[in-house]
Design a protein around this ligand. Structure first.
Ligand code: SAM
Length: 280
């Protein structure tokens, strides 16, 4: 019998020697995933782990050391107040995207209507409806695999968003034409030429249709910024997550399309991350 803390130390050693950045924290999460118990429970029960659990934890750790995203292995990802289910076929929601959801909410009037384009796990749409139950929240997704994760999360969390299968804003009910207060999106924005700069756990495991957008990374944003003008109310906002080198280009694009109040905002790490503009 092994104590959870001895196991944690053993896993942390394996992770550390494979170059994982935060081995101690990840070892803790993997022990929790293998035992199904959180740290508090492990402390309270003074659990001793049998061979089967130890073997399972070592197997999860082997997958992580081989480069699989941690959240695919635990099956869970935190996003604002929510814990979402994730796995192969859907992008793991990123911390910087929490700020995108926050900014979209700031732009959303009482009882407003918002669409999240390319919802993936449902992260942005579910978090907004959770924090702003007054809003009507719709979300689109083009990948059937990602859509299944969004549906699972909607069901488990019992948060009433409307999920729509479609390219960008296609499939949004036509009576919402010119009636939407906020279009928010974390679209694919990595350029093919930046492929080699992505970490292996991203490029080898996460879906490429969630990440890549043509030769310069801006192709999906170009289409979306044009289409959104049809759906937004006058004074409605488009709020986009962008890559850190794209601030100027996307800002100019929105201005050229006729958006007003165009601003580029930095994330907590000081990198250009959000562009927003108001339909006039
Ligand atoms: N919103 C999620 C998040 O922030 O975690 C996922 C963002 S991921 C970067 C982009 C998502 O957009 C993927 O789920 C991808 O399948 C979807 N997508 C790509 N092209 C799309 C399109 N033309 N229309 C709708 N969704 C699209």
């Amino acid at each position: 019998m092994t104590s959870p803390f001895d196991l944690e130390r053993r896993l942390a050693e394996v992770l550390g020697s494979s170059g994982i950045e935060s081995p101690a924290a990840e070892a803790r999460w993997l022990v929790e995933a293998a035992t199904g118990l959180d740290r508090e429970m492990l402390l309270m029960t003074k659990a001793r782990l049998d061979e089967g659990v130890v073997a399972a934890a070592l197997e999860l750790t082997r997958r992580r050391a081989a480069g699989e995203p941690l959240q695919y292995i635990t099956g869970l990802a935190g996003f604002r107040r929510l814990v979402l289910r994730v796995g192969p076929g859907v992008l793991v929601p990123r911390p910087e995207t929490e700020e995108v959801a926050g900014r979209a909410m700031d732009r959303l009037p009482e009882d407003g209507v918002l669409v999240d384009v390319g919802t993936g796990s449902g992260a942005i749409a579910l978090a907004i409806k959770d924090e702003r139950p007054d809003a009507r929240v719709l979300a689109t997704e083009v990948s059937p695999e990602a859509m299944r994760w969004a549906e699972t999360n909607r069901e488990e969390l019992e948060i009433g968003i409307e999920l729509i299968d479609g390219d960008l804003l296609t499939g949004v009910p036509s009576d919402l034409t010119g009636e939407i207060d906020v279009v928010v999106s974390n679209p694919p924005y990595v350029s093919e030429s930046d492929r080699s700069s992505l970490p292996v756990d991203v490029v080898d495991h996460e879906p490429h249709e969630a990440l890549f957008a043509g030769d310069n990374g801006i192709s999906v944003i170009e289409r979306l910024s044009r289409e959104a003008l049809v759906w937004l109310k006058p004074n409605g906002w488009l709020v986009l997550e962008i890559g850190e080198t794209m601030g100027e280009a996307v800002g100019d694009l929105l201005t050229d399309e006729g958006y007003a109040s165009v601003h580029v905002h930095r994330d907590l790490a000081g990198r250009d991350r959000i562009v927003e503009g108001r339909k006039t």
